[in-house]
Write a protein of this length. Structure first.
Length: 417
């Protein structure tokens, strides 16, 4: 059975009051926090300022839905009491027209002038897409997570994603993920995050876990199971998870992760089709994502054998991470080991982007520093789950006012006539 670990952000710590949005308010360092976190101390712990994360699609500037025809009849800006309405939208607007504010990870003060970003409830400021990631964290143990540079980088990687499937979690103490979650939930406004983990899986003394790290206010685990591998085809059986999403566009989604063994890539990937059939039949859904370190390239799998896979020959599957995308950290390798495969016409219609995230370049790490984290890049897909991103404009306040005012105006004109 799967074990669930959840954590929420800690209560505010008492500290000297500072002006909201000031440099002092935005700067935090983590020096001295790590050991205190491991021992459960709640004393104030500063942190190092992190570099700004790369923008996600739709998250860099204003991405408000276009004005409706009814809105264009009025001024593009209403001020009703304390509520601003721009382009027909009520003021779920983060107005940073004055001074400085903290960015989405709460670590770097940035200057914003005349900038408004529409906020959909449940998403970070400006985020119009839902990001799903898969990351082979390479022998993730408590000792590895306890190294501050590693922990800092892992937190920044996870904070970019709404759901991440971690692979190669080999921690037998069950302490690495709680420590990682604790730091992640203290990282600005990126959380709250929770985790959902399998037991250690494997045929020998070497075993790994699949661990889901997800934003608990945007997704909930409805059900999960470890696939019953009757033919013993998998070294690490997929840990299948069914999520409820806080989205009318895509209310639920099934994720099927797999970390193949290089010696049996073809066998395991063909068997993954059976896992897909089992999961989609169990929960009666076509919206399924297969993802993970498939080892589906280079010496592990030739191009011809790749094209002969059932997941390639069967209709309905879209390999979002395309052949030729380098998912490895080492400059000496160029292999598309890590993959994300989407099934379902509706799910595929929501796809807005897919990539391998070059975290060494984004975070200014040398190759050796990056290899201390992993020899793999995370891979990710962005889905348009908000109404704005999907082209559905929520009714604006100006539109509602028009519906009330126009009948009164017509009545008044009729009386005058």
């Amino acid at each position: 059975m799967a074990a669930v670990a959840a954590s929420s952000a800690d209560p505010p710590e008492s500290k000297t009051a500072v002006a909201p949005g000031s440099t002092a308010d935005c700067r935090k360092t983590r020096s001295g926090r790590l050991m205190a976190a491991m021992t459960g101390s709640r004393a104030a712990r500063p942190r190092h300022a992190a570099p700004p994360l790369p923008p996600r699609p739709g998250a860099g500037g204003a991405l408000a839905p276009p004005p409706s025809e009814s809105t264009s009849l009025l001024s593009t800006l209403f001020v009703l009491g304390k509520v601003s309405v721009t382009n027909g939208l009520p003021a779920r607007l983060s107005d940073a027209t004055q001074g400085r504010r903290c960015d989405s990870v709460g670590a770097v003060a940035i200057s914003s002038q005349n900038r408004k970003v529409w906020r959909r409830p449940g998403l970070r400021s400006g985020a119009e897409t839902f990001r799903i990631c898969a990351f082979n964290a390479q022998r993730l143990t408590l000792a590895k997570v306890a190294r501050e540079p590693v922990l800092d980088t892992l937190v920044k990687i996870l904070a970019r994603c709404d759901i991440t499937v971690l692979q190669e979690v080999v921690d037998s103490s069950d302490s690495a993920i709680p420590l990682l979650l604790r730091e992640l939930n203290r990282f600005g406004d990126s959380g709250p995050y929770a985790s959902h983990s399998s037991l250690l899986l494997g045929r020998s003394t070497y075993k790994e876990k699949y661990v889901y790290i997800y934003r608990s206010h945007e997704a909930e685990v409805r059900d999960s199971y470890v696939y019953e591998d009757q033919g013993d085809l998998f070294t690490r059986e997929p840990f299948v998870c069914w999520f409820s999403l806080h989205s009318k566009v895509l209310p639920s989604l099934v994720l099927v992760p797999l970390h193949t063994t290089p010696k049996a890539v073809e066998t395991e990937l063909n068997a993954l089709y059976d896992v897909f059939l089992d999961a989609s039949g169990r929960w009666q859904t076509k919206d399924v994502i297969l993802l993970g370190d498939f080892n589906a390239d280079c010496a592990s799998l030739t191009k011809k054998r790749l094209d002969d896979l059932v997941l390639r020959t069967q209709a309905g599957f879209h390999w979002a991470i395309a052949d030729g995308v380098d998912t490895t950290v080492r400059a000496s390798t160029h292999c598309t080991y890590d993959r994300i495969v989407l099934h379902g016409e509706h799910l595929q219609s929501l796809l807005r982007g897919a990539a391998a995230f070059d975290f060494p370049q984004s975070f200014g790490l040398t190759e050796q520093e990056a290899l201390n984290i992993s020899d793999h890049y995370p891979v990710e897909v962005d889905l348009a789950l908000s109404q704005a991103a999907h082209g559905v404009q929520p009714p604006g306040l100006a539109t509602l006012w028009l519906s009330l005012l126009l009948p009164l105006l017509a009545l008044q004109l009729g009386l005058v006539a």
